[in-house]
Design a protein. Structure first.
Length: 610
């Protein structure tokens, strides 16, 4: 290798395997405001010098670095943490150095303990190091260490800090037109807050096009009075920055958002990048859409689904910058009206660089904004969207119904590198997804899926109708609802038979920190393949969940509580669903779950009495 032109020799301290980082620093890792950001690194040097290390951190765009110590944990691995105090992008780096004073003291101490008689050379070195004429062994060993020689720096790396809603929250999806418009939704907000929901998610609230408007059950050709699909955005009243007059006025929407904030609720708005044939953009910006040679536009498709009432934008448009800017301005328009959460429709069919840019642009001004990706697609794209900036992501939870499927999937989310950037949201159903498990299993199936969603994932959601056990498919084998609310008006109210269970679970989630995280899940051995069990712990708080995955037949067996949980030989548990208490033990515990009586236990371990 060619010699360095520097007069100083190369640094001898090496810093490797720094964590957290994503793709060698290409993307920022994720963190939540209020949670320490743990940092790890391998730090070592040839020889026997004593090393010191720290993590330096600051919010991006600021000048002052702060510092927190890194401490050795063995085998050259160092660990520490820092606590961001604001949302947004932060950066950190690893600083390491040789502590010459501590190194000299360690050598001196070993020779003193070995009763070496002549220490004159060592003391002379110490005096020079400490800047004294002379020094005794006692004085030298008492001198303060902390010298920073041979400093090296690794980084910076970035961390994106979100507010708590990005990691933990209970979502309720509703169509405003089924609740009396914006004013009707505002009236029901106190009930939703009392039920323990954190986020009220609204499908698109914009004007709905009339050209090719869909009729009931997605038929081509609407009948008089059919309201159309809210995802066919745009009409003579406006586009993405307007509201459907049937829902109310923009002022009523702003009042709804303000009332939600008073109740500590977030209103999440759907961001769907698609246009009805009547959208103003088709008239004002035809260059944003791809035309066939005959001048016509192709409507959107997702075979076998066809959306004759929707056109997609052309991401390869010559005016792609204008299109990007317009879409950013749409998001900022709603942010200015109080919206701080966006559920993004099908982001995997849009360019990843666009999302990285847009989210950076929006959160650069408003770092408290949260983006949820509705991306049911290949895992690589789902992971990349999360890395590119999405705060949360839909998952395959809906299709994981056996013990093996659930265990494998959740362990993959909680134990792989995905834990550093992929925050799952376990929606139990959506307007487009009615799984056969719910169709065939009836109320017990709804109960067990609700319990699994609410206790496995820090974020989960239900679409209105779930609490009423709605389960009629469009046809056998279809995941679409018969008489789908997407295409017709309903008259909704909060009177579902499952709402008491929803409220109980949401209260348990708020009361137990163990249920507010994903990475702390440990699956327990059971003697029955249709009985699933897992524990979640956070400090002294431990919750055990046992569920019968068979919605028709009673199942029984032993649940093994491992000694590694540290719960003691015998301990008391209280069922958070009905308040019953039981004595459990480390080892096997007999459980019988009959769907006609009880589908699951959600057991909080009670503190041992002194």
């Amino acid at each position: 290798m060619p010699r360095s032109r520097s007069s100083e020799p190369p640094r001898r301290i090496l810093v490797e395997r720094v964590w957290p980082q994503l793709d060698c620093g290409r993307y920022p890792a994720k963190a939540t405001l209020g949670d320490p950001v743990e940092v790890w690194a391998d730090i070592f040097r040839d020889g026997h010098e004593v090393l010191g290390a720290a993590v330096r951190y600051r919010r991006c765009g600021t000048r002052r670095w702060r510092e927190a110590p890194l401490l050795p944990t063995g085998n050259d691995r160092w660990h520490g943490a820092f606590e961001p105090d604001a949302c947004g992008l932060w950066e950190y780096s690893i600083s390491a150095w040789v502590d010459r004073v501590a190194s000299w003291q360690r050598e001196l101490r070993r020779k003193v303990e070995a009763k070496q008689a002549d220490l004159s050379g060592e003391l002379a070195e110490g005096a020079l190091l400490l800047g004294r004429e002379s020094v005794t062994a006692e004085e030298g060993l008492a001198a303060p260490a902390g010298d920073r020689a041979e400093p090296v720096e690794a980084g910076p790396l970035r961390v994106d800090v979100d507010r708590l809603r990005a990691r933990f929250g209970s979502w309720y999806e509703l169509f405003p037109r089924s609740w009396g418009g914006f004013a009707g939704v505002e009236k029901v907000l106190p009930e939703l807050a009392e039920l323990g929901f954190d986020v009220v998610y609204l499908p698109p609230v914009h004007p709905i096009g009339r050209t090719n408007r869909k009729g009931r059950n997605n038929v081509v050709g609407a009948q008089p009075g059919d309201p159309g699909s809210p995802w066919a955005i745009g009409g003579e009243e406006g586009g993405h920055d307007a509201v459907d007059p049937g829902l109310g006025t923009l002022e009523e929407f702003e009042r709804l958002v303000a009332r939600a904030r008073e109740l500590d609720l977030d209103v999440a708005l759907d961001f769907a990048i698609q246009c009805s044939p009547d959208h103003p953009w088709l008239r004002d910006h035809p260059e944003w859409f791809q035309h066939r040679p005959d001048g016509t536009l192709k409507y959107a498709e997702n075979p076998p689904k066809r959306y004759e009432d929707i056109h997609n934008v052309d991401w390869d448009s010559e005016d792609w910058r204008g299109l990007w800017d317009a879409l950013r301005d749409v998001v900022l328009f709603w942010v200015a009206r109080g919206v701080r959460i966006f559920r993004v429709d099908n982001p995997h069919t849009k360019p990843v660089p666009f999302w990285e840019w847009l989210i950076r642009e929006v959160r650069g001004e408003h770092p408290d904004v949260v983006f949820l990706a509705e991306a049911f697609t290949a895992p690589a794209m789902m992971r990349t969207l999360a890395k590119a900036g999405f705060s949360q992501s839909y998952t395959y939870f809906t299709w994981k119904n056996s013990k093996h499927e659930l265990t494998e999937y959740v362990v993959g989310l909680a134990r792989s590198e995905m834990r550093d950037y992929y925050r799952p949201n376990f929606f139990a159903n959506t307007p487009d997804i009615l799984h056969a498990y719910l169709v065939q299993g009836g109320r017990p199936a709804f109960e067990v899926r609700l319990i699994l969603a609410a206790t496995l994932s820090p974020s989960y959601g239900i679409y209105s109708g779930f609490e009423n056990v709605e389960r009629l498919p469009l046809r056998e084998g279809s995941e679409e609802y018969l008489n789908s609310e997407k295409y017709e008006l309903r008259k909704r109210s909060l009177d579902g038979e499952l709402l008491p269970l929803v409220q109980t679970l949401n209260e348990a989630r708020r009361a137990h920190p163990a249920l507010q995280r994903l990475e702390n899940v440990d699956f327990l051995e059971t003697s029955n393949e249709q009985v699933i069990a897992y524990s979640k712990s956070d400090g002294v708080d431990t919750v055990l969940v046992v569920a019968n995955l068979n919605p028709v037949l009673a199942r029984e067996g032993l649940v093994e509580v491992p000694g590694a949980l540290g719960l003691g030989t015998s301990f008391r548990v209280r069922d958070l669903i009905d308040g019953e208490t039981y004595t459990w033990q480390t080892g096997g515990n007999y459980v019988r779950l009959d769907p006609t009586e009880r589908v699951a236990h959600v057991l909080a371990v009670e503190p041992n009495e002194p």
